[in-house]
Design a protein around this ligand. Structure first.
Ligand code: MLT
Length: 262
């Protein structure tokens, strides 16, 4: 584990393995530990970089909205710090929103994209209102205020009823998120731009992954990405919800490794 000051923010990250660089960007309100199984699977052949995005995990939070573009600029600065010119950029959900921003801002630094359980579009008005309600809840009651509401949305019904250890791991990850970090990210996600027009411009190999039970960014969102990005590959992870890499880690890693090898 390492820390460095990135654009004035104390940032935690891990680097494992040697080979072509692959960056894994976590979802909300989670942290880099969600990639544990993928780091293990990929690091024998790749240099895997897993940052805690600003306000998450062990990285410091800002009080202003954590815009997806700012998180993408943080990543570019971390890559500079690690002397990495370009990498495969993979993101799950919020990590995917950051991957879109990164591609728009630094496309020459993205060798390929992996977009898991995410969408290109901006928030609807209703989603923005929900985020504001969540932000108020967190300000009043702490992160616990939203953990129990979010959990059932993130995981497949089977995971929730039959895999208590995984449910506990996700709950613990969420509970560790600093309230200010979560509030800033909610405001940043609510303000994010619509990247749908970018899809037609993506000309690097792109893998799209979605859990068959994902109710946050359902299969239709993944299909829209697949239609939008010429030559992209779509993989549905059966039995997984929104956190497909955690719910079906072996299958997720297999799909990613196959894509990276190709
Ligand atoms: C995530 O998993 O990162 C969030 O569900 C994304 C979102 O709230 O839009």
């Amino acid at each position: 584990m390492a820390f460095t000051e990135i654009r004035g923010i104390r940032t935690a990250y891990d680097v494992a393995g040697e080979g072509p660089a692959v960056v894994l960007l976590h979802g909300f309100p989670l942290n880099r530990s969600m990639w544990r199984e993928q780091v293990k699977a990929l690091s024998p052949r790749f240099r895997v970089i897993t940052p805690d995005l600003r306000g998450h995990g062990e990285s410091a939070a800002t009080t202003d909205p954590a815009h997806m573009d700012e998180m993408a600029r943080d990543l570019a600065a971390l890559m500079d710090h690690l002397s990495i010119d370009s990498a495969v950029i993979a993101g799950l959900s919020m990590g995917g929103y950051v991957a879109f921003s990164f591609y728009r801002l630094f496309r020459e630094r993205a060798d390929a994209l992996i977009l898991a359980d995410t969408r290109a579009g901006a928030d609807s008005d209703e989603r923005r209102r929900n985020r504001e309600t969540q932000a108020i809840e967190i300000a009043n009651k702490g992160i616990e205020g939203v953990v129990e509401t979010l959990l059932p949305k993130l995981l497949a019904p089977d995971t929730l009823s039959r895999r208590p250890a995984l449910v506990a791991r996700v709950r613990e990850m969420m509970a560790k998120t600093r309230p200010q970090g979560a509030i800033s990210a909610l405001h940043g996600m609510a303000a994010r731009r619509d990247h749908t027009p970018l899809l037609g411009e993506i000309d690097v190999p792109t893998l799209i992954i979605v859990g068959s039970y994902d109710s946050v960014t359902p299969i239709e969102d993944a299909e829209e990405l697949h239609r939008g990005v010429r030559g992209s590959q779509l993989e549905i992870i059966h039995g997984a919800g929104h956190l497909s890499n955690l719910e079906q880690p072996a299958e997720f890693s297999r799909v990613v490794a196959g894509f990276l090898d190709a």
